[in-house]
Each structure stands twice: as structure tokens, then as C-alpha cells.
Design a protein around this ligand. Structure first.
Ligand code: NDP
Length: 283
């Protein structure tokens, strides 16, 4: 099987590369998602047997002032990829986000729950989902949340950095979701591909997040305990931490249908230990 992956430097792409070293990974220089036609051309040129899109415009706050570019990268490029894959009858996996929901209520949302993004990034990712669905073929949209790893920018690395200079932090405690290891997302994508290849009927939108659900403050406390840092975390409401893009309060995702691919919800507390070891931190 020849697996083609869009993205080479992101959190999920790096974890994919660790697990699928024979796959072809396209950097921005090799396939710029701001040029959707170039993405379709890359699929034609590589003639892969499956495609995973691990690249995206992920700067949530910046997207508020840059929605057109975010939409090209997060919707038009995946549309071109999905159409090219459908035409070749090969599996296509697109990664999406809890930010397609408005975050109301306090129960986990199923994949078919109504969407209503609160911010430009969420709108761009939802447009990508809709385009992938419309292309048909063998496709999966994997919605995840709060991605962490030893690479790039993420909450774990930010907390560790802040612990170098701070012994007390205020952290939002009214947003609840599932911190998710990029390694587990990569494994989920790689498990989904062969099932899609066998059975196009498994195509659809799926949820995949780490459990148990937690607040950002809970996550921060767990990071400091696991890393042996003495930092006191005080929970604060989102209203005390204003950001350009509004975030959903309830990011709980119901992951039950992932059983289609034999995938269970991973425990982020165990995955956190793995990432801290990867970073050379005490666990
Ligand atoms: P990262 O932010 O770590 O990496 C994004 C990747 O996309 C980078 O490799 C970047 O390349 C690439 N990229 C950005 N713009 C372009 C472009 N114009 N052309 C080509 N490549 C581009 O992403 P993650 O690994 O964290 O995210 C993976 C997926 O998960 C994405 O679909 C994201 O929307 C989704 N997701 C992420 C969450 C999170 O908390 N991070 C939460 C929920 C969903 P370069 O290095 O050149 O900039």
C-alpha cells in the first residue's frame, strides 16, 4: 500500500511518520493547501492507495481575521483531495475538530449532532467536512480535540514552559473536553484506512478524543503532577480569559461509533506520561 499524507511537520503528521515510515509525507513546499488544484495534482502524481490529510490552518485566533485563507486550506483543499480520492476509489481520511459545535449543554455530542461553529476556524473545518462528505467514495472525517504531543505548539508544552517562571497559574475551568494524544490520532487514522478500503459503507463522521473528559485546569494540574512541577492552578471562567475566537464550553464528544474500526477511547493520562517521557520530563 502506498500511503500519501498531506503535512509533514505537524503534531499528527510527525506521529504518523513514526508509525508509517514508508508513507509519503508532503510538506507545504511540496503541496501547499492554499492551492487546492496542487493537492489534487499531487494525488494524481503519487497515485497512492490511500490519503490522510494531516495539514490544516490551525491558528484558531488568527483565523478570525483570515477566514478566507483558513477556508481555502481547511475546506477547498480537502474538497479537492476528497474528490481526487473518490475518483480513484481510494480511502481518504480528513481530521476535524470539536469546534464545529457550539458547546451548549453538558453531555457528549454524537457525530450526527447538529453543528453550529462559534468561530471562523470552526466554520472553515465544518465546510471541509461537508465537502468531503459531498465528494463521496471511501471517506472518514475524524473529529478530535485538544491535541498534544512532544512536537509543535500545544497546551502541554505551554504549561511546562510557564512552569519555568511561574509557581501559580489561572487556567480556564469551564471548557470541558477530551485531551487527545497526536500519537493515538495517528494510530486511529492508520486503523481506519484498511477498513475503508475493504468497506466503503463504513464511510462517515467519527469522534475520537482522549478520556476522561476534563477542564483545561484539570489538564494543567495533571501535567504539573506528572512532570513533578510545583505550580498551583486556580480555575477561572472563560470570561476572565478573553480570546479573539470564542471557544465552545462543552467539547465532550461521544466516541462510541469508533468501535466500527475496533478503536477504543484512549486514556489521556497515560498518553500524557508517554509525551512527558518523549520530552525528557520527569514522570
Ligand atoms: P499542527 O498545527 O501541529 O500542524 C499543522 C500542519 O499543517 C503543519 O504541518 C503545517 O505546515 C501544515 N499546513 C498549514 N498550512 C499549510 C498549507 N497552506 N499548506 C500545506 N501545509 C500546511 O496541526 P495538528 O497536527 O495539531 O492538527 C492535525 C489536525 O487535527 C488538523 O486537521 C487540525 O485541524 C485538527 N485538530 C487539531 C487540534 C489541536 O488542538 N491542535 C484540535 C482539533 C482538531 P507548516 O509547518 O509548513 O506550517
Amino acid at each position: 500500500m502506498t500511503l500519501l499524507v498531506f503535512g509533514s511537520s505537524g503534531q499528527v503528521a510527525i506521529e504518523l511518520a513514526r508509525r508509517a515510515p514508508d508513507a509519503v509525507f508532503l510538506s507545504r513546499a511540496e503541496a501547499d493547501l492554499s492551492d487546492p488544484d496542487a493537492c489534487a495534482a499531487a494525488i494524481a502524481a503519487h497515485a497512492p492507495s490511500a490519503v490522510i490529510n494531516a495539514a490544516a490552518y490551525t491558528a484558531v485566533d488568527k483565523a478570525e481575521d483570515d477566514e478566507a485563507l483558513a477556508t481555502t486550506i481547511n475546506a477547498k483543499a480537502p474538497a479537492a483531495m476528497a474528490e481526487a480520492c473518490a475518483a480513484r476509489d481510494i480511502p481518504f481520511v480528513q481530521i476535524s475538530t470539536d469546534y464545529v459545535f457550539d458547546g451548549s449543554g453538558d453531555t457528549p455530542r454524537a457525530p450526527d449532532a447538529p453543528t453550529a461553529p462559534l468561530n471562523a476556524y470552526g466554520r472553515s473545518k465544518l465546510a471541509g467536512e461537508e465537502a468531503v462528505r459531498a465528494a463521496g467514495g471511501r471517506w472518514a472525517v475524524l473529529r478530535t480535540s485538544w491535541v498534544f504531543s512532544a512536537h509543535g505548539n500545544n497546551f502541554v508544552k505551554t504549561m511546562l514552559r510557564l512552569s519555568g517562571t511561574r509557581d501559580a497559574l489561572n487556567v480556564v475551568d469551564d471548557q470541558i473536553g477530551g485531551p487527545t494524544s497526536a500519537a493515538r490520532i495517528a494510530e486511529a487514522c492508520l486503523a481506519i484506512v484498511p477498513v475503508l478500503a475493504r468497506d466503503a459503507g463504513t464511510s462517515g463522521v467519527y469522534h475520537f478524543t482522549g478520556g476522561p473528559d476534563a477542564s483545561w485546569a484539570d489538564f494543567a494540574r495533571a501535567i504539573f503532577v506528572a512532570a513533578g512541577r510545583q505550580v498551583t492552578v486556580t480555575g477561572i471562567p472563560s470570561s476572565d480569559y478573553p480570546t479573539p475566537a470564542r471557544r465552545p464550553l462543552n467539547s465532550r464528544l461521544d466516541c462510541a461509533t469508533l468501535a466500527t474500526f475496533g478503536i477504543d477511547r484512549p486514556d489521556w493520562r497515560r498518553d500524557l506520561g508517554e509525551v512527558l517521557q518523549d520530552l525528557g520530563e520527569q514522570t
